[in-house]
Ligand binder design. Structure first.
Ligand code: 4YB
Length: 471
């Protein structure tokens, strides 16, 4: 085997521990041998359809097991799995299809494009063939495309290699002491790197991917499946803490929180009630987690985004920009079918996020450079106002956007989602005046609007448009 090659972890588990579950569903476990068989069936059918090295195949599927099976089959054929959000309406597919240059789409919905469409079940009706040699993957083989919407709303295709996912998984597995037989709760979609991260880590070490009933309360899933690990966004943890009074299950060793800053109240309540929280900073372009706090971190440490994990490098640029590189860094963006590599000569990628490192090497994220705006000559980083809002009791979510103002140019306005608490903009304004300079206190507070479902995060672009309509 060349140094750039690795053996396929699933194949290895299917040989060494065929009866060990690798996926846990409400209907029961899927063993390593059974998953391997599914992947082999899909390999046969995809090969018959002519799928080969470098082909880019869209996956627009709700079913995580079908997604996982086809993803692994595509890797064995050296093709690229392009994961499309199932929250996209049909018409929303055009832009990502064009950006990436897809050859075919695998979906269980009616085919809405001119591309060849294959149903996932049809990819399971061939007899599996036993490979002549153990399947091998190459570290620099193109593996996946995930889509990030960016501030313009035009989706960019983020291309990863096998090596990106492997090293991402290695660093997190070591940091969170993930071992064979552990169980990681998958309640993030597989078209987001946070979901992919769970899959890669579990496959690497031979842990179980636990997939509970969709939309079932998290508390129930924790009791039923007794996971050792879980990846959550802060709203999921917030709801979980509201839903249950119970202490965390004794099996649970790590809750990895990611995707944004975490409200103070969630951190305080979570740690006081004994939840094993880890805050983190990550991004699609780095195949998920870049920094994370260690096991047993104090509340003070949890207010940071943690320290850099193995196989990642991070530095702060002259203007406070967070720059990253290392074996987990993506291969580039696919734009109009072409690969664009936005890296400097030394391989650094400018994340667009601003932040700083403290003396102990813990990362503090301030916000995104392109969210900043100027109000009466003062620079406003809206995330600083959001952090202040999220420290107030009962505020579960806050997004601050600029609205036009003849005198100041732009001024901040806030969308706020409360949980259980009353709607009290006067009180919030008074509290914020104590914490922030006057120009940072929002001129308007609006309740969280109904938005088209944008995935695991609210779209700041849509909220900005909504604010302009209301102002
Ligand atoms: C932040 C931020 C922070 C990101 N403070 N802004 O496995 C994981 O790492 C995981 C576990 C649970 C939930 C999510 C994850 C993720 O993968 C998150 C990765 C992610 O959010 N990627 S993204 O491309 O959708 O967004 C990246 C952006 O999110 C960053 O560029 C930041 O702007 C923001 N962000 N962590 C403040 N701690």
């Amino acid at each position: 085997m060349s140094p750039r090659e690795i053996s396929c972890p699933l194949f290895r588990w299917s040989q060494e521990t065929p009866d060990r579950p690798l996926v846990r569903l409400p209907s029961g476990p899927i063993t390593a041998a059974a998953l391997e068989e599914r992947v082999r069936r899909a390999v046969v059918r995809l090969q018959n359809e002519g799928v080969g090295p470098g082909d880019r195949i869209g996956l627009w599927l709700d079913d995580p097991v079908a997604t996982l099976t086809i993803l692994l089959a595509l890797w064995r054929l050296r093709a690229v799995a392009c994961l499309l959000s199932t929250r996209l309406p049909d018409i929303g597919l055009d832009a990502p299809i064009r950006q990436v240059g897809l050859q075919a789409l695998i979906t269980d919905r009616p085919c809405v494009t001119t591309l060849p469409c294959w149903h996932p079940e049809a990819l399971q009706d061939a007899p599996p063939t036993v490979p002549k040699a153990p399947p091998r993957l190459t570290l620099d083989q193109h593996a996946t495309v995930f889509f990030t919407s960016g501030s313009t709303g035009v989706p960019k295709g983020v291309l990863h290699t096998i090596g990106n996912h492997l090293y991402s998984a290695r660093g997190v597995a070591v940091h969170l002491e993930l071992r064979r037989g552990d169980r990681w709760l998958l309640v993030l979609p597989l078209y987001h790197v946070g979901g992919m991260g769970v899959v890669a880590r579990c496959l690497l070490v031979g842990a179980e991917i636990v997939i509970p009933e969709r939309r079932a309360p998290l508390g129930r899933a924790l009791v039923r499946y007794a996971p050792t690990h879980a990846s959550l966004v802060h709203t999921q943890l917030w709801r979980l803490l509201r839903e249950t009074e119970s202490p965390p299950p004794w099996t649970l060793r790590a809750v990895l929180l990611g995707g944004s800053a975490i409200p103070e109240e969630v951190l305080q309540e979570g740690t006081a009630r004994g939840w094993p929280l880890h805050t983190s900073y990550g991004l699609t372009e780095m195949a998920s987690t870049v920094t994370a706090t260690p096991p047993g971190a104090s509340l003070e440490l949890l207010r940071t985004s943690g320290r850099v994990l193995p196989y990642r490098e991070l530095k702060i640029g002259p203007d406070g920009a967070i720059l990253v590189r290392g074996p987990v860094r993506f291969a580039g963006y696919l734009e109009n079918g072409r690969l664009h590599r936005p890296f400097d000569e030394a391989g650094w990628f400018d994340t667009g996020d601003l932040g700083w490192l403290d003396e102990a090497g813990y990362l503090h994220v301030e916000g995104r450079r392109d969210n900043r705006f100027i109000s009466g000559g003062e620079n406003i980083q809206p995330e600083a106002i959001e952090r202040a809002l999220l420290r107030l009791p009962g505020i579960a979510e806050a997004v601050v956007v600029p609205v036009p103002d003849p005198e100041f140019g732009e001024r901040p306005a806030a969308f706020v989602r409360t949980e259980g608490e009353r709607w009290e903009p006067d009180r919030w304004r008074a509290e914020l005046r104590r914490a922030l300079p006057g120009f940072m206190v929002p001129v308007a507070f609006w309740p969280w609007p109904e938005l088209p479902d944008g995935g695991i995060k609210a779209s700041r672009r849509l909220l900005k448009e909504e604010a302009r309509r209301r102002w």
